[in-house]
Each structure stands twice: as structure tokens, then as C-alpha cells.
Design a protein around this ligand. Structure first.
Ligand SMILES: Cc1cc2nc3c(=O)[nH]c(=O)nc-3n(C[C@H](O)[C@H](O)[C@H](O)COP(=O)(O)OP(=O)(O)OC[C@H]3O[C@@H](n4cnc5c(N)ncnc54)[C@H](O)[C@@H]3O)c2cc1C
Length: 401
């Protein structure tokens, strides 16, 4: 893909220079000139009042207003949710995406559809319709019996190309995070990862909001020139759709062409974590650098065990090797939304807060009364974790005996 200027249409107004987010444009005598910091983001294409700037090398890059009628028909296939399943069980994020997808689809006046890949997963189509899907595109094949990057991305890209949805939402799970960029690349469309909110602009483009610059600000991203508009969303960001038993829709069985495996699976090793699943636990006890060392981190595990909760951690302690990555809570870890979150010796950096602040009740234990974690805490305990956590464990055990 490359950027070109029709000099006969350029009025040298300078709008592109002003709007370039990378300062990559200078005005030459005949029009804009681009230096090596240009990322082909397309901001200047949108800004240019005379449409003198355009992209070449990608058949889908003209502004929507200049697309042919058949191109304009692209993306009328509705709002799609990738129905991730493991061993015939839907991932919980699918129901959350159906809840949010329903809002978007009804505002657009388009159907809400699911794309279901797997083997012997027909029974899930009914469940998806009860949770709000109007259509389920079902591609069943033995080679799709368990998730594989190569086959799932090829199958999904093929089906999207055939039915052309306007929006495709994928859960930000381990599988979804691997699948989404592969599909987006093969479809040559944009992808916004880890969205936390959606809206529509006046042209019906999806406004995709996500944390940016280390979580210090929220960015809203549009993908006006390519379809589908693709986004991933982590579990627990949206409320799940409610179930309406007996609700029906249409199942469309999709025949897949021969798929081309490029990988051979030698062994599947399950991730080992302590205690209940972090993303789905009602109680999460997390520890941070304030614990001082890996030995003291066991206090967090003990408190979690006493409460029947899951163990979480800040990135600082994961980086220090006190606990493994699957326990990390925050922007680059898991998003959790338990009923009770206990933060022990965690300062409350924004990157941690984005992963836990929607917990119903937050208890923070920190020796520093000004620690930012107290700004989101329901209850704060100012004190030393080495003293407070054992006291809590004692009280819980006494209470039970
Ligand atoms: C792009 C990016 C992504 C990131 N992603 C994540 C993420 O996903 N998750 C995450 O957690 N972080 C993430 N971080 C890191 C984040 O910015 C912080 O550095 C990290 O959260 C700090 O961890 P902490 O609170 O354990 O440590 P610190 O910030 O060092 O805080 C330790 C706290 O413990 C308190 N304390 C010390 N001793 C005691 C004691 N004896 N008793 C009680 N309290 C005590 C201190 O007062 C302090 O508040 C990310 C950073 C970047 C740049």
C-alpha cells in the first residue's frame, strides 16, 4: 500500500500537515511530501478537502463515498460475534459480546449473527439464539474439533469474505487474541484490540474505545475504509446478554473449502494456575510488590484459600517471578470483575486499576495512606501487609470454627 497525491487536485491548503498525527508531512511546491515517519494511517486521506490524497495498492481504501455500489454493499451482513467454544462449551465472553452486539446491531438496523466453528457443536446454535443471535453461521468439520490458529483463521476469513459482515467482535481470550490479528491481516482490515466501549458515528462507523499510551488515556478508533470493522473485547468488560429460552433464529450451514494446515500439534499442555479461574472468580485476592518477597506472597495465597477465592497479582510481582503470568491482573493481564477484590500491597497504578476497578467491593491494604489504590477502594486498611493479612486469615478461620 502506498500514499499518492493528485497534484492537479491539490490546493496546497496544508490541512494534511496540520492533521498528520506523526508530523510526517511537509508542504512542497506541488503538494504534500511524506517522510519516513509516515505510517500510512490514512488521516490525511480523510482530511484532504479535495480528495487529492489517496492510497493505492489496496482495492478497499477509497473513502466510502467513492466506493462503487457493489463495494458499498459490503458490510451489510450484520454484526457478528465469534462464538468461541471449548469442548462444546461457549466461552463466557461470547454472551457478553452478544449483549453488546445486540445494542450495536439494533442501532444499525442489522441482524446480530454468530459464527460458530467446531465439530459436533450444533447444540450451541440453539443456545446462541436464546442469548440473542438472529443468525448462526455454522461451519462444522472434524479438523475444527479443537482450536488451531491455522485452520480457524483460514475458515473464519473464508466465511467473512463470503457473507461480509460490517462488524466482527471476538473475545480477547488466549484464542481470540491469536485468531483476530490473523483474520484481520488476511482480510486486510483494521483491528482494535481490548476495546472497553463501542458507539456509532453519524455514518454508522463503529467507534471503538480502548486504553492507550499505557492506559493513561482512552483512544477512540474508527475503521471507515475497510470492512469488517474488527475488535476484540476481554472477558468481563460487558454485561452478558440475558437468556430467553425458546427464542429461535436461523442456522446457516456453511460449506468450507479444503483447509490448509501449516502446523502440526505435537503436544497440548494446559496452563497451570492456583485455585479457581481468575477471570470467573467471585473473590480475588491480589498481591503486589508491597509483600516484599516471594515468601510473603504465600500470605496472599493463604488468604485466597481461606476465602475460597482466586489468586491475583500486580505485574511487578509477576515480573519478579513470585507468581506466574496467568495470575496477572490489569491492562496486560486479566480483567476481573469479582464481587470482592482484596488488593494487598498494590499501589494502584492505572494499568492495574483498568483490570479490576469494576469489582463490586474493593478492599485495599497498604501502608501508604496516599496510595492511589485507596481512590477506588470501598474499604481501606492502612497498615503493614505482614500484620494485616495474618490477622484477617485468623478472623476468617475463627469465624468458621
Ligand atoms: C504498558 C504497561 C502495561 C502494564 N500492565 C500492567 C498490568 O497488567 N497489571 C499491573 O498490575 N501493572 C501493569 N503495569 C505496571 C504498573 O504501571 C505498575 O508498575 C505496577 O502495577 C506496580 O505494581 P505494585 O503495585 O505491585 O508495585 P508498587 O507500585 O511498587 O506498589 C507497591 C505498594 O505496596 C505498598 N507497600 C510497600 N510495603 C508495604 C507493606 N509492608 N505493607 C503494606 N503496603 C506496602 C507501597 O506503599 C506501594 O503502594 C503496566 C505498565 C505498563 C507501562
Amino acid at each position: 500500500m502506498e500514499i499518492r497525491v493528485r497534484t492537479e487536485d491539490c490546493t496546497i491548503c496544508g490541512a494534511c500537515v496540520e492533521d498528520c498525527p506523526f508530523g510526517a508531512i511537509i508542504l512542497g511546491e506541488e503538494g504534500p511530501e511524506f517522510d519516513e515517519s509516515c505510517t500510512l494511517c490514512g488521516a490525511c486521506v480523510e482530511t484532504c478537502p479535495t480528495n487529492a490524497i489517496h492510497m493505492v495498492g489496496d482495492e478497499k481504501t477509497e473513502p466510502l463515498s467513492q466506493q462503487t455500489e457493489s463495494q458499498n454493499n459490503q458490510g451489510k451482513g450484520g454484526v457478528w460475534v465469534f462464538a468461541e467454544q471449548r469442548e462444546g462449551q461457549l466461552a463466557s465472553v461470547v454472551l457478553e459480546l452478544l449483549g453488546e452486539g445486540k445494542n450495536i446491531a439494533s442501532q444499525l438496523g442489522e441482524p446480530l449473527a454468530c459464527i460458530l466453528l467446531g465439530d459436533q457443536v450444533e447444540h450451541l446454535a440453539e443456545e446462541l439464539m436464546e442469548f440473542g443471535a438472529d443468525l448462526v453461521y455454522l461451519a462444522a468439520a472434524p479438523e475444527l474439533s479443537s482450536y488451531r490458529d491455522d485452520l480457524y483463521s483460514e475458515a473464519l476469513a473464508h466465511i467473512v469474505q463470503t457473507y461480509q459482515p460490517s462488524i466482527l467482535l471476538i473475545g480477547g481470550t488466549a484464542h481470540g487474541r491469536s485468531l483476530a490479528p490473523r483474520v484481520a491481516t488476511s482480510l486486510r482490515t483494521g483491528l482494535t484490540a481490548d476495546c472497553t466501549g463501542f458507539a456509532l458515528d453519524e455514518d454508522g462507523n463503529l467507534l471503538q474505545t480502548r486504553p492507550a499510551f499505557g492506559g493513561n488515556l482512552m483512544a477512540t478508533i474508527r475503521c471507515p475504509h475497510h470492512r469488517p470493522q474488527m475488535a476484540t473485547v476481554r472477558p468481563k468488560v460487558f454485561q452478558p446478554s440475558s437468556r430467553h429460552p425458546g427464542r429461535r433464529g436461523e442456522v446457516i450451514r456453511v460449506d468450507l473449502p479444503a483447509l490448509h494446515p501449516w502446523a502440526r500439534i505435537l503436544k497440548v499442555a494446559n496452563e497451570s494456575t492456583m485455585g479457581p479461574n481468575l477471570s470467573e472468580a467471585d473473590i480475588v485476592v491480589s498481591g503486589g510488590r508491597g509483600l516484599g518477597n516471594s515468601e510473603n506472597f504465600r500470605l496472599v495465597e493463604e488468604l485466597a484459600e481461606a476465602l475460597g477465592g482466586a489468586v491475583g497479582a500486580s505485574r511487578a510481582v509477576v515480573d519478579a517471578g513470585w507468581v506466574s503470568y496467568p495470575h496477572q491482573v490489569g491492562q496486560t493481564g486479566r480483567t476481573v470483575a469479582p464481587k470482592l477484590y482484596i488488593a494487598c500491597g498494590i499501589s494502584g497504578a492505572i494499568q492495574h486499576l483498568v483490570g479490576m476497578q469494576s469489582a463490586d467491593i474493593i478492599v485495599a491494604i497498604n501502608r501508604d495512606p496516599d496510595a492511589p489504590i485507596f481512590s477506588v477502594a470501598t474499604y481501606g486498611i492502612v497498615g503493614e501487609v505482614e500484620a494485616v493479612i495474618p490477622a484477617l486469615i485468623r478472623e476468617i478461620k475463627n469465624d468458621r470454627s
